[in-house]
Design a protein around this ligand. Sequence first.
Ligand SMILES: [Zn+2]
Length: 199
Amino acid sequence: MSKFAEPMARLIDELKKLPGVGSKSAQRYAFHILRSSDEDAEQLAAAIREIKAALRLCSVCNNITDVDPCVYCSSATRNQRLVCVVEEPTNIAAVEKSHTYNGAYHVLHGTLSPIHGVGPEQLRIANLTRRVESGSIDEVILATNPTVEGEATAVYLARLLKPTGIRVTRIATGIPAGSDIEYADEVTLQRALEGRRDM
Ligand SMILES: [Zn+2]
């Protein structure tokens, strides 16, 4: 039998599913929620319900958005013929922070990883191929992370997209190998974008 009342044990079990949350932290959060006001607890529950109800993936670029197409895809001031391909939606914020990029995006939601059983069909590539084939893109910048998986994904996409005749580039190294573009500082990422090379 659990040492906690059933509703408490249930909340702890749910919190433990969050990344980086172990038993100890889950118990601490659960007790914190129990002690907080009804209003605070309700706001937390409502915020969780709302991201599931209101957020979805942009049908054009797969960014997480509450409007479809997302703000980047529907912006008239951005170059929609230039597309920066990133691994995760959070990478967009990192590229934006460099203040050098004014094109559109495409989010893969992962990288190729044969050892983890992630093949091209597990990534969101189809709508990128469709955009390229429709003739609405001049250049695709591959901004996957400089990890083994990120490089393999960039090579795969370059092979897939180059036969269509568009320019396919890879962000320059300068971002330390094996790292995440999310943690690159603004200047490094700015240089990586400016120094991109053709694949
Ligand atoms: Zn979009």
